[in-house]
Design a protein around this ligand. Structure first.
Ligand code: FMN
Length: 245
């Protein structure tokens, strides 16, 4: 006989309208922040809430492969910024002409102005060699850690805290600066700090780098390439979070 775990279940009714709107508000008004950070300190109790949110992310086989290096030290953040600057100079060279000029005009980090950095890592060895659900796709541990980042990002929005994800690094540089073992993957450097203003649209869109793709173009029906825009076009008219009654 299978053990009965039904006593562990709890009710899962839809949220109230206000609660639901709050969730969708966090999702739609979350922004990647580079320049709007206020210098105000982010206290440990707030950091704890953000990390708890991250730690409640789903993970393959409940692997929880993440670690969080909370960096307040200004010298370390300066070294991280120098690593970014070297990588960013290389990145700029990969574009040419006006696109390169446009790239160089973008601000792509807030490493020194945000009072806090959080480096999020992913440890492929957290659960030994064989992990439930990861056996056929070893990338699943990284995907899990990305879910943790997104949880943190949304919780931060609710706290009035901005987050900027910086990925323009040679991973080896960050590992050296932070003492991260070779086998552990660096998933994100997050710039974290209070904000009182956010762009209403992605900054890259506002600055003309790239615009949001219409959702209708991204949805297929039943099969790759079979247009499924109809599925979302009627729902879109009702706004995010609407649920047919
Ligand atoms: C994996 C990942 C890496 C990113 N790396 C950078 C980065 O190095 N620098 C930067 O300015 N933004 C970075 N971003 C932020 C994106 O540019 C941003 O999410 C996108 O433009 C949409 O804007 P929004 O997050 O404000 O909606 C990154 C985002 C993700 C998800």
């Amino acid at each position: 006989m299978r053990p009965d775990h039904s006593g562990s279940l709890a009710g899962a009714a839809a949220f109230s309208t206000d609660e639901r709107e709050a969730v969708y508000k966090a999702i739609s008004t979350r922004r990647d922040v580079r320049s709007q950070f206020l210098p105000d300190a982010v206290d440990d109790d707030v950091v704890r809430r953000l990390l708890e949110a991250a730690h409640h992310a789903p993970s393959v086989g409940f692997m929880q492969p993440w670690n969080f290096i909370v960096v307040r030290n200004a010298e370390i953040r300066q070294s991280v910024w120098e690593a970014f600057s070297r990588a960013n100079a290389e990145a700029a060279e990969m574009f040419s002409g006006t696109r390169q000029q446009a790239y160089r005009s973008l601000k792509l980090e807030g490493i020194r102005t945000a009072p806090l950095g959080i480096c999020v890592t992913s440890d492929p060895d957290r659960c030994g060699d064989v992990v439930l659900g990861r056996t056929h796709n070893p990338k699943m541990d990284s995907y899990s850690t990305v879910c943790a980042v997104q949880n943190l990002w949304l919780a931060a929005r609710a706290e009035g805290i901005g987050v900027g994800w910086v990925s323009i690094f040679h991973e080896a540089d960050l590992k050296r600066i932070l003492g991260v073992p070779d086998r552990v993957e660096i998933v994100a450097w997050l710039c974290v700090g209070y904000v009182d203003q956010l762009y209403q649209e992605p900054e890259l869109a506002v600055k003309g780098w790239r615009q949001r793709v219409p959702l209708e173009e991204l949805v297929f029906a039943d099969h790759w390439g079979k247009p499924g825009g109809d599925i979302v076009s009627s729902a879109a008219a009702e706004g995010p979070g609407s649920r047919g009654s």
